[in-house]
Design a protein around this ligand. Structure first.
Ligand SMILES: *Cc1c(COP(=O)(O)O)cnc(C)c1O
Length: 363
C-alpha cells in the first residue's frame, strides 16, 4: 500500500466544527434555537435589493464593498481607512490569527467562549491560552495577567457566546490599558446590538492602535446566510488585514443586502427590542423553575446544567426544539419568536423539578 499524500500535522489532526443534526418533533416540527439566528426573515426592502443584485451574478463583486463601506463609515463617523468589509467576522478572525501566527506565539481567550476561536487558532498553528470565566463572565484581570512575551492576540467576546454575559465598559477600558501596545486585542461585538448599552467598540478603538472591533450582519441584521461583516481598527492594521482576506470574498448580493439593511435599520432595531423582551420573559420563566441562568445581553440565554445537560437537550430535541448543548456544562438557547420560545418552555416544563441545575461544574 502506498502512503497517503503528505499533509502537515494541522491538516492531519484538525477536528472541525461539528454542527448538530436537526431534530424534529413527532409531528414534524422543528424550532431552530441552536445557532443564534434571528427568527425574523429579511425585510421586503432587503429581499428586493437581494433580487436586484442577483442579476449581476456573472460579474465579480466590488472587492472593496465601497458603497457598504461608505455607508458604514458615515454612520459610525469613522475614516474610511479604518473600516474593512469582509465575509463575516469569522473570515476576519481567520485572517487576524494568520497575521500573528509564528512559532511559539499564543492567543488568549476566555473559556468557555466562541468555539471557533479555538478551532481557528489551531488551524493557524497558534497555541491557545484559555482563561476560565468567573461567574460566567470574562475574568479580564486574569486575562491581562496571562499576557506574556509570546502573546500576540487576546480575544474578548462581548457579550460572550455562549454565556450571554457582558463586561462593563470601565472594566474593558482598564483591561485595554493593561495590554502592551505590541499585542493585539480583538473585541468581538457580534451581539452588540442586543446589549443594554450598545457595544462600545466603535468609540474605544479610536485612540487604541492595537484594538480591532468586529461586527457582523449575521445576528441582529438577520443576514447569517449571506456572510458579511466588518472590522474597525487603525489603518496600519486594516490595510494589512484587508490584504490577507481572499479577494472578492463578499458577494454582490451580500453587499446589497447589507446596504439595504442599514437603510432599514430602524425596523431591524425594533425587532431587537422584541427579542430583548422575549429574553427577559424566557429567563424569568427559567429562574422561576430554579434553573441557573446568568443575565444575558445577547439573543440567547445560557443555562448551567452540569451533568443534566445532555438529558435536558434530548428532552428539547424530542419536542423538536433545537438547542446547543455543551456536555457537562450547560445549554445555550437562542431567543426565537414568541412561538419558538413557548415551545422551548413547554418542552422543559414537564418534570423540570428533576432537572434542577446543580451549583456548578459538576460532571
Ligand atoms: C455568530 C458569531 C459571529 C458571527 O460570525 P459571522 O462570520 O459574521 O457570521 C462572530 N462571533 C461570535 C462570537 C458569534 O457568536
Amino acid at each position: 500500500m502506498s502512503e497517503p499524500p503528505r499533509l502537515n500535522s494541522i491538516a492531519r489532526d484538525f477536528r472541525p466544527y461539528q454542527p448538530s443534526q436537526l431534530a424534529c418533533s413527532a409531528d414534524g416540527r422543528a424550532y431552530l434555537l441552536a445557532r443564534n439566528e434571528t427568527p425574523f426573515g429579511p425585510l421586503p426592502s432587503v429581499i428586493s435589493a437581494i433580487t436586484a443584485a442577483a442579476a449581476q451574478s456573472h460579474r465579480y463583486p466590488d472587492p472593496l464593498s465601497a458603497e457598504l463601506a461608505g455607508e458604514l463609515a458615515g454612520r459610525l463617523d469613522v475614516p474610511a481607512d479604518n473600516l474593512v468589509v469582509g465575509a463575516g467576522s469569522v473570515a476576519f478572525i481567520q485572517a487576524i490569527l494568520a497575521a500573528v501566527a509564528e512559532p511559539g506565539a499564543n492567543v488568549i481567550y476566555a473559556w468557555r467562549s466562541f468555539e471557533l476561536y479555538s478551532l481557528l487558532a489551531g488551524l493557524a498553528g497558534l497555541a491557545s491560552v484559555r482563561v476560565p470565566l468567573v461567574a460566567e463572565r470574562h475574568d479580564l484581570e486574569a486575562m491581562s495577567a496571562a499576557v506574556d512575551a509570546r502573546t500576540r492576540l487576546v480575544m474578548v467576546c462581548n457579550p460572550n457566546n455562549p454565556t450571554g454575559t457582558a463586561v462593563t465598559k470601565e472594566a474593558l477600558v482598564s483591561f485595554l490599558d493593561s495590554v502592551p501596545a505590541g499585542c493585539l486585542v480583538v473585541l468581538d461585538e457580534a451581539y452588540g446590538e442586543y446589549m443594554r448599552c450598545p457595544g462600545p467598540g466603535a468609540e474605544l478603538f479610536r485612540d487604541r492602535p492595537n484594538l480591532i472591533v468586529l461586527r457582523t450582519f449575521s445576528k441582529a441584521y438577520g443576514l447569517a446566510g449571506l456572510r458579511v461583516g466588518y472590522m474597525l481598527a487603525h489603518s496600519y492594521i486594516t490595510s494589512r488585514i484587508r490584504n490577507m482576506c481572499l479577494p472578492f470574498g463578499v458577494s454582490h448580493v451580500a453587499q446589497a443586502a447589507a446596504v439595504a439593511s442599514l437603510r432599514a435599520e430602524r425596523e431591524l432595531l425594533d425587532r431587537v427590542t422584541l427579542t430583548v423582551a422575549e429574553r427577559t420573559r424566557v429567563r424569568a420563566a427559567l429562574l422561576a423553575r430554579g434553573y441557573v441562568v446568568p443575565p444575558s445581553e445577547a439573543n440567547f440565554v445560557w443555562i448551567r446544567l452540569g451533568r443534566e445537560t445532555t438529558s435536558f437537550a434530548a428532552r428539547c430535541a424530542h419536542a423538536g426544539v433545537n438547542v446547543q448543548p455543551y456536555p457537562g456544562e450547560g445549554v445555550r438557547v437562542t431567543i426565537g419568536s414568541a412561538e419558538d420560545n413557548e415551545a422551548f418552555l413547554a418542552a422543559t416544563a414537564a418534570g423540570s423539578a428533576t432537572l434542577q441545575a446543580k451549583p456548578r461544574g459538576d460532571s
